[in-house]
Design a protein around this ligand. Structure first.
Ligand SMILES: C[S@@+](CC[C@H](N)C(=O)[O-])C[C@H]1O[C@@H](n2cnc3c(N)ncnc32)[C@H](O)[C@@H]1O
Length: 200
Protein backbone atom coordinates (compact mmCIF):
# COMPACT_ATOMS: atom_id res chain seq x y z
CA UNK A 1 0.00 0.00 0.00
CA UNK A 2 0.96 3.63 -0.37
CA UNK A 3 3.49 5.17 2.01
CA UNK A 4 1.41 8.22 2.95
CA UNK A 5 4.11 9.77 5.12
CA UNK A 6 6.60 9.63 2.24
CA UNK A 7 4.04 11.25 -0.09
CA UNK A 8 3.72 14.22 2.27
CA UNK A 9 7.52 14.45 2.72
CA UNK A 10 7.95 14.47 -1.06
CA UNK A 11 5.16 17.00 -1.58
CA UNK A 12 3.45 14.36 -3.72
CA UNK A 13 -0.12 15.07 -2.57
CA UNK A 14 -2.33 15.48 -5.64
CA UNK A 15 -5.44 14.79 -3.52
CA UNK A 16 -4.88 17.96 -1.51
CA UNK A 17 -6.82 20.75 -3.21
CA UNK A 18 -5.85 23.43 -0.72
CA UNK A 19 -9.34 23.73 0.75
CA UNK A 20 -12.17 21.74 2.28
CA UNK A 21 -14.27 19.26 0.32
CA UNK A 22 -17.11 21.15 -1.45
CA UNK A 23 -19.68 18.46 -0.47
CA UNK A 24 -18.98 19.24 3.21
CA UNK A 25 -20.54 22.70 2.79
CA UNK A 26 -23.43 21.14 0.84
CA UNK A 27 -24.02 18.67 3.68
CA UNK A 28 -24.04 21.46 6.27
CA UNK A 29 -26.42 23.55 4.20
CA UNK A 30 -28.83 20.63 3.89
CA UNK A 31 -28.72 19.39 7.49
CA UNK A 32 -27.55 22.37 9.53
CA UNK A 33 -25.07 22.40 12.35
CA UNK A 34 -27.32 20.19 14.51
CA UNK A 35 -26.22 17.26 12.37
CA UNK A 36 -22.89 17.17 14.22
CA UNK A 37 -24.53 16.58 17.58
CA UNK A 38 -22.56 19.22 19.47
CA UNK A 39 -19.13 17.63 19.07
CA UNK A 40 -16.48 16.55 19.38
CA UNK A 41 -16.26 15.61 15.71
CA UNK A 42 -13.60 13.28 14.34
CA UNK A 43 -12.04 13.59 10.88
CA UNK A 44 -10.09 10.39 10.08
CA UNK A 45 -7.35 10.67 7.47
CA UNK A 46 -7.52 14.45 7.83
CA UNK A 47 -4.35 15.12 5.83
CA UNK A 48 -3.48 18.81 6.10
CA UNK A 49 -6.71 19.49 7.96
CA UNK A 50 -8.84 21.59 5.58
CA UNK A 51 -12.07 19.82 6.55
CA UNK A 52 -11.13 19.90 10.24
CA UNK A 53 -10.85 23.68 10.13
CA UNK A 54 -14.09 24.05 8.16
CA UNK A 55 -15.99 22.17 10.88
CA UNK A 56 -14.10 23.90 13.71
CA UNK A 57 -15.11 27.26 12.24
CA UNK A 58 -18.73 26.28 12.99
CA UNK A 59 -17.86 26.37 16.69
CA UNK A 60 -17.40 22.65 17.26
CA UNK A 61 -14.49 20.80 18.87
CA UNK A 62 -12.82 18.76 16.15
CA UNK A 63 -10.07 16.16 16.19
CA UNK A 64 -8.20 15.28 13.00
CA UNK A 65 -6.23 12.05 12.97
CA UNK A 66 -3.83 10.95 10.26
CA UNK A 67 -1.24 8.21 9.84
CA UNK A 68 1.26 10.68 8.42
CA UNK A 69 3.07 12.81 11.05
CA UNK A 70 4.18 15.28 8.37
CA UNK A 71 0.56 15.97 7.36
CA UNK A 72 -0.38 16.42 11.01
CA UNK A 73 2.50 18.84 11.55
CA UNK A 74 1.44 20.91 8.54
CA UNK A 75 -2.17 20.93 9.75
CA UNK A 76 -1.15 21.95 13.27
CA UNK A 77 0.92 24.80 11.83
CA UNK A 78 -2.07 26.35 10.05
CA UNK A 79 -3.89 29.28 11.69
CA UNK A 80 -6.58 27.94 14.03
CA UNK A 81 -10.16 28.20 12.82
CA UNK A 82 -11.64 27.38 16.22
CA UNK A 83 -11.23 24.55 18.68
CA UNK A 84 -9.42 21.97 16.58
CA UNK A 85 -6.49 19.64 17.23
CA UNK A 86 -4.59 17.03 15.30
CA UNK A 87 -3.06 13.68 16.18
CA UNK A 88 -0.77 11.31 14.36
CA UNK A 89 -2.45 7.93 14.70
CA UNK A 90 -4.17 5.02 13.03
CA UNK A 91 -7.95 5.28 12.97
CA UNK A 92 -8.14 1.50 12.49
CA UNK A 93 -6.03 0.76 15.58
CA UNK A 94 -8.23 -0.27 18.56
CA UNK A 95 -5.59 1.18 20.92
CA UNK A 96 -5.90 4.61 19.34
CA UNK A 97 -9.67 4.41 19.70
CA UNK A 98 -9.68 3.26 23.31
CA UNK A 99 -11.62 5.58 25.64
CA UNK A 100 -12.67 7.98 22.87
CA UNK A 101 -16.21 8.93 21.90
CA UNK A 102 -17.35 11.42 19.30
CA UNK A 103 -20.75 12.85 18.45
CA UNK A 104 -19.98 12.61 14.73
CA UNK A 105 -17.39 11.53 12.19
CA UNK A 106 -16.74 13.28 8.88
CA UNK A 107 -15.18 11.05 6.22
CA UNK A 108 -13.49 12.42 3.13
CA UNK A 109 -10.94 10.40 1.12
CA UNK A 110 -9.76 8.22 4.01
CA UNK A 111 -12.16 5.34 3.27
CA UNK A 112 -11.14 5.35 -0.40
CA UNK A 113 -7.46 5.38 0.58
CA UNK A 114 -7.46 2.20 2.61
CA UNK A 115 -7.17 -1.32 1.22
CA UNK A 116 -10.74 -2.52 0.52
CA UNK A 117 -9.90 -5.64 2.56
CA UNK A 118 -9.84 -3.33 5.61
CA UNK A 119 -13.30 -1.86 5.09
CA UNK A 120 -14.92 -4.07 7.70
CA UNK A 121 -12.38 -2.79 10.22
CA UNK A 122 -13.11 0.77 9.13
CA UNK A 123 -16.85 0.29 9.75
CA UNK A 124 -16.17 -1.31 13.15
CA UNK A 125 -13.91 1.61 14.05
CA UNK A 126 -16.57 4.18 13.12
CA UNK A 127 -19.22 2.26 15.08
CA UNK A 128 -16.94 1.93 18.11
CA UNK A 129 -16.27 5.68 18.27
CA UNK A 130 -19.92 6.80 18.22
CA UNK A 131 -22.67 6.42 20.78
CA UNK A 132 -26.34 5.89 19.98
CA UNK A 133 -27.54 8.64 17.63
CA UNK A 134 -23.98 9.47 16.57
CA UNK A 135 -23.53 10.53 12.95
CA UNK A 136 -21.17 9.05 10.42
CA UNK A 137 -21.26 11.29 7.36
CA UNK A 138 -18.95 11.11 4.40
CA UNK A 139 -18.30 11.68 0.76
CA UNK A 140 -17.24 8.54 -1.13
CA UNK A 141 -15.80 7.93 -4.56
CA UNK A 142 -18.26 6.05 -6.75
CA UNK A 143 -15.98 6.15 -9.73
CA UNK A 144 -12.45 7.33 -8.92
CA UNK A 145 -10.80 6.60 -12.27
CA UNK A 146 -11.54 8.32 -15.54
CA UNK A 147 -11.60 6.25 -18.75
CA UNK A 148 -8.07 5.85 -20.05
CA UNK A 149 -6.48 6.35 -16.63
CA UNK A 150 -4.92 3.55 -14.63
CA UNK A 151 -7.73 1.79 -12.74
CA UNK A 152 -5.39 0.91 -9.90
CA UNK A 153 -6.15 2.27 -6.42
CA UNK A 154 -5.90 4.08 -4.16
CA UNK A 155 -8.36 5.69 -4.48
CA UNK A 156 -10.71 2.71 -4.39
CA UNK A 157 -14.32 3.26 -5.38
CA UNK A 158 -17.43 1.95 -3.67
CA UNK A 159 -21.14 1.80 -4.53
CA UNK A 160 -23.97 3.17 -2.40
CA UNK A 161 -25.28 -0.37 -1.97
CA UNK A 162 -21.89 -1.63 -0.78
CA UNK A 163 -21.74 1.17 1.77
CA UNK A 164 -25.24 0.43 3.04
CA UNK A 165 -24.33 -3.24 3.39
CA UNK A 166 -21.07 -2.48 5.20
CA UNK A 167 -22.51 -0.06 7.75
CA UNK A 168 -25.91 -1.76 8.23
CA UNK A 169 -24.88 -3.84 11.28
CA UNK A 170 -24.54 -0.63 13.35
CA UNK A 171 -26.08 2.22 11.37
CA UNK A 172 -29.24 3.32 9.58
CA UNK A 173 -28.67 5.46 6.53
CA UNK A 174 -30.72 8.63 6.91
CA UNK A 175 -29.67 10.42 3.74
CA UNK A 176 -27.68 9.85 0.57
CA UNK A 177 -27.25 11.74 -2.72
CA UNK A 178 -24.81 12.61 -5.47
CA UNK A 179 -23.54 16.03 -4.38
CA UNK A 180 -24.02 18.91 -6.79
CA UNK A 181 -20.74 20.50 -5.67
CA UNK A 182 -17.33 18.88 -6.03
CA UNK A 183 -13.70 19.62 -6.69
CA UNK A 184 -13.23 20.13 -10.44
CA UNK A 185 -13.14 16.74 -12.12
CA UNK A 186 -15.09 14.94 -9.41
CA UNK A 187 -18.55 16.20 -10.42
CA UNK A 188 -21.12 13.40 -10.49
CA UNK A 189 -18.58 10.82 -9.32
CA UNK A 190 -19.17 11.02 -5.57
CA UNK A 191 -21.82 9.86 -3.10
CA UNK A 192 -22.63 11.81 0.03
CA UNK A 193 -24.12 9.64 2.75
CA UNK A 194 -25.31 10.18 6.31
CA UNK A 195 -25.60 7.24 8.69
CA UNK A 196 -26.99 7.30 12.23
CA UNK A 197 -25.64 4.94 14.89
CA UNK A 198 -28.18 2.59 16.46
CA UNK A 199 -27.96 1.47 20.08
CA UNK A 200 -25.81 -1.55 20.92
C1 LIG B 1 -5.99 10.62 -0.11
S1 LIG B 1 -5.39 11.27 1.43
C2 LIG B 1 -6.69 12.43 1.85
C3 LIG B 1 -6.30 13.41 2.94
C4 LIG B 1 -7.39 14.45 3.23
N1 LIG B 1 -8.63 13.84 3.65
C5 LIG B 1 -7.60 15.33 2.02
O1 LIG B 1 -8.63 15.21 1.35
O2 LIG B 1 -6.70 16.14 1.71
C6 LIG B 1 -5.70 9.91 2.54
C7 LIG B 1 -5.23 10.22 3.94
O3 LIG B 1 -5.63 9.17 4.81
C8 LIG B 1 -4.57 8.92 5.71
N2 LIG B 1 -4.79 7.57 6.23
C9 LIG B 1 -4.80 6.40 5.53
N3 LIG B 1 -5.08 5.37 6.34
C10 LIG B 1 -5.27 5.90 7.58
C11 LIG B 1 -5.56 5.34 8.85
N4 LIG B 1 -5.73 4.03 9.00
N5 LIG B 1 -5.68 6.17 9.92
C12 LIG B 1 -5.50 7.52 9.77
N6 LIG B 1 -5.20 8.09 8.59
C13 LIG B 1 -5.09 7.30 7.50
C14 LIG B 1 -3.32 9.12 4.88
O4 LIG B 1 -2.18 9.34 5.64
C15 LIG B 1 -3.71 10.32 4.03
O5 LIG B 1 -3.40 11.54 4.65
Amino acid sequence: MRDWEQCYRDGNTPWDKGGSAPPLAELCERHGIALWGGGPVLVPGCGMGHDVREIAAMGLDVVGVDLAPTAVAVAAGMPAAGSERYEAGDFLDPQWRQGRTFSAIWEHTCFCAIDPALRQRYAEAAAGLLGEGGIFAGVFYLDPHKPGESQEGPPFGVTADELDELFRPWFDRVDGWVPTTAYPGREGREWLAVFKRRAG
